[in-house]
Design a binder for this molecule. Sequence first.
Ligand SMILES: [Zn+2]
Length: 418
Amino acid sequence: MARINNTARWRPVGAALSLLLLASTAARAALSVLAETPDWRELDVYQHTLTAAEFRARLPLYSNDGALARYLTFSDRGVEIFADQDKTRKLWELRWAAAPSAVPDFPPGPAADRDRPLAGLNICLDPGHIGGDWADMEERHFRIRGGPWVDEAALNFITCQWIEQGLRAAGAEVCWTRQLGVPATPRRPADFTSPAITLMWRQDANKAARQSPGNLRKLLQWYQELVFYRIAEIQARAATVRELRPDLTLCIHYNALGWSKRGPRLYSGVNRIVIFTHGSYLASELALDDMKFDLFRKLLEHAGGTERRVADAIAEQVVAVWQYPPERYRAGLAGVAPAGRTPYVWSRNLLANRLYPGPVVFVEGPFMDDALTYRRIIAGDYAGEREIAGRNYRSIYREYADIVVRGVLAAYQKTQHH
Ligand SMILES: [Zn+2]
């Protein structure tokens, strides 16, 4: 990776950067960083597919605080969506269907087959993060007091390999968004100077303004890396999912409580589980045109029912096997909302579940910095059971994978009984 390391050469660039920062606010398009101007005509395939009542029933999942309504004008004919709250720039109009569509919330599962209950389903696995040479940059890589390094991407990858085996055994086809340690995007942090300036300006303007040129360079580099692994990487994976058109995508992660400046440490009994479905756009996000487009695309493709069904079914397996409590969010916290029958399922607008087409279920597993989880992680992947802290445990990777596979099986088998 090309790092900027010539401070002397940087000084005049520092001044130019300040000018760029000013220019970027003046010319700021109402788009997310790296997003392209949406082509709303892509959504015309959904014309006349929903009644006004059906549209209104789906809306709260995506805009639970009602902020989207400020950009909408309803009529007998349809609903117009505007770029601005003054409604001077119309983006698109959805025309109502004459009669209810009766589209099921959860499409019928594949034909029941006792030995291969998932036959006919194509499931995409998205192990979180890149890992390998990129693990340190991603800040999902740590060691405790000289112990072995823990790289979340590697844990996600091993877990997904076992999920693949379980899903294939049940008859599903399985595809992947990426390989381990290899970015899906061909671009690199040095390619993202201009979007990194925009992002830094939007998120960190005050901090950026106070920095010495040397520190401003470091801060900008941090943002270039963030644009690379957080945005460009997910965009590249989204392109893969668009090509593969799976029936379901599973994003698999391990969680962490996080660490202070003094470095990582272990906690006791902190595991909590959260499973995300898509929704709960922030009012500030809805000011951006691409967010409004993505919201409409998600609402119209109607992935919410499948996401909720699969997320709840995985949560039931979490309860049965791990008994870890659900993640708790502060009441009224913007950007998340309860979205399932179980308290583990929350809707949230993540880049992955927004950009990947079709149903996406995002599982945040056990906490890597929980003392027992950490010991199970560094014990590696093994068959059978091993004694850890005075008790016998299976490999945490296989146990996590089984929870996910059994959840997917339960979600689709339920529909077969109906
Ligand atoms: Zn993660």
